[in-house]
Design a protein around this ligand. Structure first.
Ligand SMILES: [Zn+2]
Ligand SMILES: [Zn+2]
Length: 260
């Protein structure tokens, strides 16, 4: 999702910020309405980010479609934008900085963090990025408020040669990279990635980056074509063949070392 940059005049500081902003507000199963909501106010140690682009996660779509969470909510957690205002005591960021912001971060010091099980960390379960209502990312709005622990440890600067749209991939790439590392994919190994939607495509690219030969599957011909163009060794239609057999044929009968 991209926001047209000219909808709100660039804000030099909080005094010139608009009071209202547009947001895609989840109002119930299958329903997201464009509404005007207050621009979040920031407290000490917090940062206001003007959203430039926000990815749409598969989990956003699931929550919206099936109504897993009580409305109202403003979703969107693959956020890239520019710092629009900083609260007192913030030294790490200044207005205009181009940033990606996570919506939650692990503490890095608990039982779970020690074992790399970050999603079980109690601090990680606390969402610290919001455009209003119960914090839930908020990237589907024009501004989001980053809370102090996100400001300190959950925002990263976007390099000058990376666009906002590209930067929104930090969160999904991060997730996929963890999977590839967990599978301990090594150079020379054979990996099969099931499905070549956006996430499957990232897994394929990251497994290749780890040095693996990667086979992919997808029932959609267009996705198989893109997959091969981006570097899959071969790609199979799971409805038209036995993927396991095909992979064995390509690996002298050994099969895959990892399947993602
Ligand atoms: Zn996500
Ligand atoms: Zn922790």
């Amino acid at each position: 999702m991209s926001m047209a940059p000219n909808l709100i005049a660039a804000s030099e500081n909080s005094a010139t910020l608009p009071r209202k902003m547009r947001a895609g507000v989840y109002r119930g199963p299958g329903r997201v309405a464009t509404e005007y909501v207050p621009v979040p106010e920031i407290a000490d140690g917090e940062v206001l980010i003007q959203v430039a682009a926000c990815g749409i996660c598969g989990t956003d779509l699931k929550k919206i479609q099936h109504g897993f969470i009580a409305p109202p909510q403003i979703f969107g957690h693959e956020v890239a934008g520019a710092v629009a205002a900083i609260g007192r005591g913030v030294h790490r960021w200044k207005e205009g900085d181009r940033v990606v912001s996570f919506h939650h971060v692990p503490c890095g010091a608990c039982f779970y963090c020690d074992r790399g099980l970050f999603s079980q960390c109690p601090a990680y379960k606390k969402v610290g990025l919001t455009a209003g209502f119960e914090p839930n990312g908020g990237g589907f709005a024009e501004y989001v408020r980053a809370m102090p622990w996100i400001v300190e440890r959950g925002m990263i600067e976007i390099p000058a040669d990376v666009s906002f749209e590209e930067a929104t991939f930090v969160e999904p790439v991060n997730t996929c990279l963890k999977a590839v590392e967990k599978a301990r994919v090594e150079a020379g190994e054979t990996v099969v990635v099931i499905g070549q939607g956006p996430v499957g495509m990232l897994l394929m690219l990251l497994a290749r980056r780890a040095g693996a030969r990667v086979f992919t599957t997808d029932p959609m011909a267009e996705r198989r074509a893109v997959s091969e163009r981006l570097g899959a060794a071969a790609t199979f239609d799971p409805l038209a063949c036995s993927v396991a057999e095909e992979v064995r044929k390509h690996t002298a009968g050994r099969g895959a070392d990892a399947v993602l």
